[in-house]
Structure formats: C-alpha cells, structure tokens
Design a protein around this ligand. Structure first.
Ligand code: SF4
Ligand code: SF4
Length: 200
C-alpha cells in the first residue's frame, strides 16, 4: 500500500499542472471571469467533495494535526449529509480559508477548486444569490482526470467512484500516510457524486 500511496503523491503534481493549463486555456480565457482578481471567496463555503487520492497529495505536504481529526470528521460528515444548497446557505468557510480569505493549501488545492470559476460579479457568488451564480465549464480535461482518480481508487481497493468531504478525506489520508492500513481504509464510508449531496 505504501508504494501505491507514494506513486499517487508523485503523479498528482503533473496532473494538477495539466488541469491548470486547461483552465488557463478555457475559463480564464473568458474575460467575464473575475476569479483571478476576486477576494470574496464565497465559493469556499460550498460543500467540497474530493477523491481520496487528491487528499494524499495534499496531506503529504499539509498533514492534519491530530487535535483536528475529530472535529474535521464531524464537519466532513455534516457536509456529506447535507443537501448542497443547504450547506452553502450556512456560509461555513472551508477549513483551509484563512482570515484574509486566502487558501492555506493553494498550491495543492483539490481539483474541484482548481476548475471552479464563475462568470458573474463576485457578490453574486454568495449563498444569498446562489440562483444567479453562472458557473463556467472550465475544462474538458476534468472528466479524464476523474477517470484516472477512479483507477487509483480501484488500486486502493475501494469503489471506483468513491469520494468524500474534504475535511474527512484529509483526516483519512493523513492517518493512512502515517500508518498504511487496508483495514482502516475499508472501514470508511464513501459517497459518490450522486450521493446525499444531490440537490433534488
Ligand atoms: S467563484 Fe465567485 S467568489 Fe469564487 S473566486 Fe470566482 S468570483 Fe470570487
Ligand atoms: S481548499 Fe482552498 S480553494 Fe478549496 S474551498 Fe478550501 S479554501 Fe477554497
């Protein structure tokens, strides 16, 4: 298992680079997109689902301190059990958003954050205006990227489409990097993108 975790961590950097390149050619080429200049960060209070392999890459540089394990599991579970709009409406900032509204793990942020762009005024990205948010289709690369995450999941022995909320995935990844354990991995609960977070 350790070899696979090392391989995933090694391969995520070039993959993220490819994602960023396709974003520059796609969403950021659209002059309506103001995200690069935005300091509002309303988008960072949405429920964030990620694949576990991404969490390994983040946790390899930013391991979660043990005192945050329990609260982040609780927060992640709440995120997973909420409807997307309901969670957004609570306006809970991401665990990685600092007081200056900057991302503490920006260089390793998950893919869903890398490809999320809107073509509206930042003020319209707030939970109060969520019906008017105009989300851009940032990159065709994202689908291929997701397929690769599923290949990694299969390698880990979990359901291909398994995802989970960012805080909970980060705790799981931190623990597994410290002490690889197939049993601990298999004891976890997984969602997929059509799971309890569906809006309908
Ligand atoms: S999605 Fe909206 S709130 Fe987020 S960075 Fe872009 S403009 Fe700002
Ligand atoms: S990981 Fe960073 S970019 Fe993504 S939601 Fe959290 S603070 Fe925002």
């Amino acid at each position: 298992m350790k070899k696979l975790l090392d391989k995933i961590v090694r391969e995520m950097a070039p993959l993220n680079h490819l994602t960023d390149e396709s974003v520059v050619k796609g969403a950021l080429a659209d002059t309506r997109v103001q995200c690069a200049r935005c300091t509002a960060a309303h988008c960072c209070s949405q429920a964030t689902l990620i694949f576990l392999p991404e969490a390994f890459y983040i946790a390899n540089k930013y391991p979660v301190p043990p005192e945050l394990w329990a609260p982040w599991i609780v927060l992640g579970t709440t995120m997973e059990q909420s409807r997307r709009d309901d969670y957004f409406g609570q306006n809970i900032s991401c665990v990685y958003l600092d007081n200056d509204k900057r991302c503490n793990i920006y260089d390793r942020r998950p893919s869903c954050c890398r490809v999320y762009f809107t073509a509206c005024e930042p003020a319209l990205c707030s939970p109060h205006h969520r019906e008017s948010i105009l989300v851009m289709n940032a990159t065709n690369f994202h689908r291929q990227w997701a397929e690769l995450m599923m290949v990694y999941n299969v390698g880990l022995g979990i359901v291909p489409q398994a995802v989970g909320a960012l805080p909970r995935m980060m705790v799981i990844a931190t623990k597994l990097l410290e002490r690889p354990s197939q049993k601990y991995l298999h004891d976890q609960i997984w969602l997929d993108f059509d799971g309890p977070l569906a809006t309908s």
